[in-house]
Design a protein around this ligand. Structure first.
Ligand code: HPA
Length: 272
């Protein structure tokens, strides 16, 4: 795996035309709601995942697959338009490979976004939540031999999401008049949505939102010492009383919230 990550990183660096002396400063994983951020990036180059040897590709409808390298808010950024999820059947180490490659390209900060179901009764569909902590119920991506050049065997997880970055996001949200909650994200495998009992359980163990991504990527990036800001779009609320939920509903909420999410992230990047 370490060799595969190194080869993948060099391939991406060469194909995107990234100079090792001026690496991207920020990596962004574009989840539901943030896809349109690509329109705000001054794009220098793009690279389709399908062109990268042995690279995982999303099988989910509505998820594209390419890296975008360019400038956003005056900073050099690399963005992932589309990600793979554990439920698609990839081994967990493959799921985090793209994020590990972005870390090894030299990013100092990673912004991860996702769609999530709201567990906190104060949340409404369309709200945003800064992730303050997580509960990972997906296999840990660091299981297996450790690459000491990447990070330590037993990485600290006492502050997975950078407190200063969360505070900065709140300041930006305030100037934009946007609602930004803060809470704990539960990462679960999916692909089935939660049963009523699971909803009540996730709430009881301290979750404020639940989704099917992000936590493995965050663990992998923290292992490599990268600072993280996580942003959830609450696409639906979960009450634990057996209300039906469809993927279409989740996608529709993402569309509605897109301008607000993109404005927040663009300003956030500019102020880094
Ligand atoms: N559960 C899990 N993942 C999700 C949900 C949900 O309710 N909404 C969006 N992603």
């Amino acid at each position: 795996m370490p060799e595969k990550i190194r080869n993948t990183t060099s391939f991406i660096r060469n194909r995107l035309g990234i100079s090792p002396s001026t690496p991207p400063e920020v990596g962004i994983v574009l989840g539901s709601g943030l896809g349109a951020l690509t329109e705000r990036i001054e794009v220098s180059s793009t690279l389709s995942y399908s062109e990268i040897p042995d690279f995982p590709r999303s099988t989910v409808e509505g998820h594209k697959g390419r890296f975008i390298y360019g400038v956003l808010g005056g900073r050099r950024v690399i963005a992932m338009e589309g990600r793979v999820h554990y439920y698609e059947g990839y081994p967990i180490r493959e799921v985090v490979l793209p994020v590990q490659a972005m870390c090894d390209l030299g990013i100092g900060t990673l912004i991860v976004s996702n769609a999530a179901g709201g567990l906190d009764p104060r949340f409404s569909a369309g709200d945003m939540m800064a992730i303050e902590d997580h509960i990972n119920l997906i296999p840990n991506p660091l299981i297996g031999p450790n690459d000491p050049e990447a990070g330590v065997r037993f990485p600290d997880m006492s502050e997975p999401y950078d407190r200063q970055l969360i505070a900065q996001a709140h300041r930006v949200a305030e100037t934009q008049g946007a609602v930004l909650h803060q809470g704990v994200y539960v990462g679960t495998t999916g692909p089935s949505y939660e049963t009523p009992a699971e909803v009540r359980y996730f709430r009881q163990i301290g979750g404020d939102a639940v989704g099917m991504s992000t936590t493995p990527e965050v663990i992998a990036a923290r292992h490599r010492g990268v600072r993280i800001f996580g942003l959830s779009l609450i696409t639906n609320v979960l009450t634990g009383t057996g209300v039906k939920l469809t993927h279409d509903e989740v996608i529709a909420a993402g569309r509605e919230a897109t301008p607000r999410m993109c404005a927040l992230v663009e300003r956030f990047v500019a102020e880094l």
